[in-house]
Design a protein around this ligand. Sequence first.
Ligand SMILES: [Zn+2]
Ligand SMILES: [Zn+2]
Length: 304
Amino acid sequence: MPSIVDPSVAAQPASYAVLESAEPASRPLLQSSRKAGGRPNWGPMFGIIGIHLAALLAFWPAMFTWKALLTALALQAVCGMGITIGFHRLLTHRSFRCSKGLEYILTLLGCLNLQGGPIKWTATHRLHHQHSDDEQDPHSPRHGFFWSHVLWCFTYDPSFDDYDQYSRYAKDLARDRGQVFFERTTVYWQFVLAAALYLWGGWPCVIWGIFVRLVYVYHATWFVNSASHTWGYRTYETSDVSRNLWWVALLSFGEGWHNNHHAFPRSARHGLQRWEVDVSWLVIRALSAVGLVRDVHLPDNARA
Ligand SMILES: [Zn+2]
Ligand SMILES: [Zn+2]
């Protein structure tokens, strides 16, 4: 697909700098320390592998019901927005403003994707934007496709993985007692949801609503880091290797328009062309239309 460069709007990575000023000045090289001396990060490693193994139970006929499948699809539609609209476009990039109540609802939905708490997720992603595809990028495919997809989650980084270290990259959230609460309780919400699903539809709803859903949302999110920095077309000449990839955008509610996103990190809208379907943006626009969201950032700084 040909590149389309809109000369009327220059890429504006600098517009994000205001949120990134908290970076410590001297930080050890992340990838070097991880690959050379990083030990396994046992918790995430066992958790992620265990969730994949448990999801295999979905192939057991006794664990399939239409109710369970529909429940998982509905949960994915709602909880997935917690990552794309909540953790990513709101907490990391402050692409729009909303009430504290809605922010916490989106944060809770984000926690239900079991990708770490809001503060660590935000810190990791801000680091990715600061160091996109350079030596300190937490998950660049320049250090291996599978590294960028999942292996980085399996490796403990002594310069980043403890709260005192990573919270420096999200000081705004670390000052928010509500966000600190969600950071500390992230995992427990999954057990609350699992218990509710068991009461709702027995073990089939637990298998599909927790394990199958998590496997789906893990890979949909990881493909943004791996595939959308590897395949697809580049609309904007950013300093990284980010790309726009349609199938990742479909899997991840619009996050696959990743070259657009690196060019305009603070834009609430990632799909910028007519064919670049961005479900998260459609939801943000709807929330804006009913007054739940305001001050929406777009590439041309227009108000939505
Ligand atoms: Zn990226
Ligand atoms: Zn981002």
